[in-house]
Design a protein around this ligand. Structure first.
Ligand SMILES: *Cc1c(COP(=O)(O)O)cnc(C)c1O
Length: 851
């Protein structure tokens, strides 16, 4: 029966236990492991059954149990102590804007299609979501004025089950949001806060849920409202679910709806961070609102809005970008672009690499790049890949100068370090690593941890992992209808003392999960040595549409079932945040072997090294910049091959060699007391090297320094008065665009011969025709450097040329020098770029003229 009336009964805990209720609704605070133990103490079985979801747990906990605990002075004293700390954490005051001399307390809105914060809130698919979750935690710790914006998926991301053939099945439970750590935003009269976006022939409504992440708020839109058409209620059913039209609907809701939700909540976020392109429509909505509010035209509003947008791309392959065909854009955006004052052609050009190509689909990354002044990739290598990938957006700008920077991802340290290691860090590093692993931690103190203690802590975490795997595997076999014998066998898989390798991530072909099995006989010999056993644990989901990924899972499951790998190779179903915690804490080696350069960053290895695991990977993503020979291993040296099969065979060979000649012998080289001294040395080196760097505290600071602070400053400058500078900048750009076709480099001369000695100075003179433009509108530069085999300047440098004299009728003479520091074949060219004080970088207009 469908109820005709709905009402909600608030949970009422005994007075003494009230703090539990508030803490249950916070998805993170630095001591939430202790809070978790408070819940566990109330009823350990129920705590596990509810998937460590404190809200559901409290709802299901029998009244008698609550009353008993309320009367237990030991329990209430502990609760009180943690409650005090909780309040102290939340109460700490920061002033990010004062610290950076910003006026007007700007707010940063962080938009992401997924957030991985807790296994109890399953609205993440993988790395992108986990990163968003960890990032928010660090932003809370560091006191940034940030709010998160996302979508709340009724069915989350799928849960993975394997059938008897090892084939992935997707299961979609429907979540009850009232049982999750979420609160519905309401108006003053108690009715739900609703925002709406226009779809063809209707308004689609969404309600807004709020989650607390430490000090910060995270808002989610939910289209499952009674007033919506039945079909629209399913817009937010599944993360990355449905067809292309569902995808555009979700992205409209996230981007446009997200900005409207913030406005409805009274939050004017001038800085918007786009965590991947899914939310890029937000840029249009921000422009539209500024036009409406200040009476600006599109161009001026665009300057203002874009000065506050930061776009982070995570995708190193074109296939990973959302593309919408023009007919879908027409269907959803015809009224919208008219309200912006744009023609269809002008509008579609915002999402096209070639603005004049009528066939080109609308590309969300291109939209994000065109409407964000600030952009970056997520590791140094990925920054380079992204610059190459998006060169077409800035035609004629040299690849190395494409304005896409790089900020390498990190992880939230406190969320990933296991309790045994944490206790050691507390003892030997002091409390700084908890407060601020990037700047306050004394990682050098790892040196003072006695080898035996470090090894013991690590072995305990490995034992916990093995126990977890056995339990999980037994439950999974049972659910799959396994026989009693088989289920009992799960209790004996893995050895708590054997060298344990972990490989857990999305199953996608480029990550090559089955690389280890390229030569099964050799692997069986390596793993099967009774004196030096090796074992590996796999976990990971394949995207529902990815048949190849599913085949890879099936392959691993088949190997795990073979006699020679029995109890040494395990595949765990349904990889999630909780499972990741056990894995990264307990393994000795974390393996990654993506095909370079297809892994933008990867973060799971960072979680593992914090726990003393050694990382083994191809030089891709973060590992390309992080690896040093004393702390982990590199498969290959960063080569990129044209022949994929050849590359796979070669890198598999290299991996086997590393295992056989270095990793296994080092792990089993024990001293008189059974300690692997050299291995422990490496563990220390690895923790010390990576601990201070690959965390989200460092990352939040880099975003703040490189983007948020300058963006806030630029925004304020452009907005001041009556948005005078935004209007001027737009007018200037339009004038420069109009005058640009006349600009010419008429003649270039230098005073050198063909052969120069290192150390000599070459003077270059250039006669430039600027037509209607003024010298103050441009900068003239020499671009010079070594030539590659194809005669192109590689990694060129630039020298500013000075105006020497006006030669009349729009003609100017410029002069500059090159100092010849390197031998070899060199070349130079002269170029003209638009130049204006309010440009954040010289390529913002997209205009460039070469001599
Ligand atoms: C860290 C993490 C990821 C991301 O791992 P990658 O190495 O970036 O592939 C994915 N899923 C879960 C559950 C994680 O904890």
């Amino acid at each position: 029966m469908h109820p005709a009336h709905l009402f909600y009964v608030q949970l009422r805990l005994p007075e003494k236990l009230r703090p539990l209720q508030e803490m249950a609704f916070n998805l993170y605070w630095p001591r939430d492991l202790e809070t978790a133990s408070l819940f566990r103490r109330l009823d350990p079985d129920l705590w596990d059954e509810t998937g460590h979801n404190p809200v559901l747990f409290l709802r299901l906990l029998p009244e008698e149990r609550l009353m008993a605990c309320a009367g237990d002075p030991g329990y209430t004293a502990e609760l009180d102590r943690i409650w005090q700390q909780y309040q102290a954490y939340l109460g700490r005051r920061f002033s990010w804007s004062q610290e950076h001399n910003l006026t007007g307390n700007p707010v940063i809105a962080y938009f992401s299609a997924e957030f991985g914060l807790s296994a109890a809130l399953p609205i993440y698919a993988g790395g992108l979501g986990l990163l968003a979750g960890d990032y928010m935690k660090s932003a809370s710790d560091l006191g940034l004025p940030l709010v998160g914006v996302g979508l709340l998926y009724r069915e989350g991301y799928f849960r993975q089950r394997l059938d008897r053939q090892g084939w992935q099945q997707e299961v979609y439970p429907r979540y009850n949001f009232y049982d999750l750590p979420l609160e519905l935003e309401r108006r003053a009269d108690g009715s739900p806060l609703i925002i709406q976006v226009a779809f063809p022939d209707r308004e689609v409504k969404a309600q807004v849920w709020r989650a607390k992440v430490g000090r910060l708020n995270l808002y989610f839109l939910d289209a499952d409202c009674q007033d919506n058409w039945e079909s629209d209620r399913s817009i937010t059913d599944r993360l990355y679910g449905g067809d292309l039209e569902k995808r555009i609907q979700q992205e409209i809701l996230l981007g446009i709806g997200g900005v409207r939700a913030l406005a409805a909540l009274g939050i004017e976020a001038t800085i918007c961070h786009l965590n991947e392109g899914h939310s890029a429509f937000l840029a249009l909505e921000r422009i539209r609102r500024l036009q409406e509010k200040h009476g600006l035209d599109f161009a001026a509003a665009r300057e203002l809005a874009a000065s506050g947008h930061i776009f982070t791309t995570h995708t190193p392959v074109a296939a990973g970008i959302d593309l919408f065909p023009p007919y879908l854009m027409d269907k959803y955006f015809t009224d919208y672009y008219q309200s912006l004052g744009l023609s269809r052609q002008e509008f579609l050009a915002l999402g096209r690499q070639d603005p004049n190509n009528q066939q080109e689909p609308f590309n969300m990354a291109v939209l994000a790049l065109r409407l964000s002044v600030w952009a970056n990739g997520v590791s140094r290598l990925h920054g380079r890949t992204a610059r190459k990938m998006w060169q077409s957006v800035w035609p004629e700008v040299p690849e190395g100068e494409i304005p896409i920077g790089a900020i390498t991802n990190g992880v939230h340290t406190l969320s990933w370090v296991g309790s045994r290691m944490a206790a050691l860090y507390d003892r030997y590093l002091g409390p700084g690593w908890r407060e601020d692993p990037a700047e306050a931690a004394n990682w050098a103190g790892v040196e003072h941890i006695p080898a035996r203690e470090l090894w013991q802590a690590h072995e305990e975490q490995r034992e916990e992992l093995v126990a977890f795997v056995r339990k999980k595997l037994a439950a999974q076999l049972e659910a799959r209808g396994g026989g009693l014998l088989e289920i009992a066998g799960a209790g004996e898989v893995l050895h708590p003392r054997a060298l344990t390798i972990g490989f857990a991530r999305r199953f996608a072909a480029y990550k090559r999960p089955a690389l280890l099995f390229s030569d099964p006989e050799r692997l069986a010999r390596l793993f099967g040595d009774p004196q030096r056993p090796v074992q590996v644990i796999f976990a990971g989901k394949a995207h529902p549409g990815d048949e190849e990924g599913k085949k890879l899972i099936q392959q691993i499951v088949a190997y795990a079932g073979r006699e020679e790998f029995r109890s040494r190779v395990v595949f765990l179903e349904d990889y999630d945040l909780e499972m990741a915690r056990y894995l990264v804490r307990g393994v000795d080696v974390w393996l990654g072997n993506p095909r370079r350069p297809l892994e933008a960053s990867s973060t799971s290895g960072m979680k593992a090294v914090l726990n003393g695991a050694l990382h083994v990977s191809t030089l891709d993503g973060w590992w390309d910049e992080a690896w040093t020979p004393a702390a982990g291993w590199a498969i290959g040296r960063g080569e990129v091959y044209g022949d994929v099969a050849y590359q796979d065979a070669l890198e598999a060979e290299q991996l086997y060699d590393l295992l056989e000649k270095e990793i296994i012998p080092l792990f089993y080289a024990r001293d008189g007391e059974g300690l692997p001294a050299a291995w422990v040395e490496r563990m220390k080196k690895s923790i010390q090297t990576y601990g201070p760097v690959f965390n989200t505290h460092r990352m939040v600071r880099e975003y703040s320094r490189q983007f948020y602070v300058p963006a806030a400053g630029l925004y304020q400058r452009l907005e001041a008065g009556r948005q005078e500078r935004a209007r001027n900048l737009a007018a200037w750009k339009s004038r420069v665009h109009a005058g640009w076709p006349q600009v010419r480099v008429e003649r270039v001369e230098d005073d050198g011969g063909r052969d120069l000695a290192v150390g000599s100075i070459l003077t270059v003179r250039a006669w430039i025709f600027l037509g209607a433009l003024q010298p103050s509108d441009v900068s003239v530069e020499i671009y010079h450097g070594s030539l590659d085999a194809g005669g192109e300047i590689i990694a060129g440098e630039k020298e500013t040329m000075n105006l020497v004299q006006e030669t009349g009728e729009g003609r100017y003479l410029y002069s500059g020098v090159i100092s010849c520091r390197r031998a070899g074949r060199q070349g130079y060219n002269v170029r003209v770029l638009p130049c204006h004080v309010d440009l954040a970088h010289p390529f913002q207009t997209g205009l460039i003229l070469w001599g």
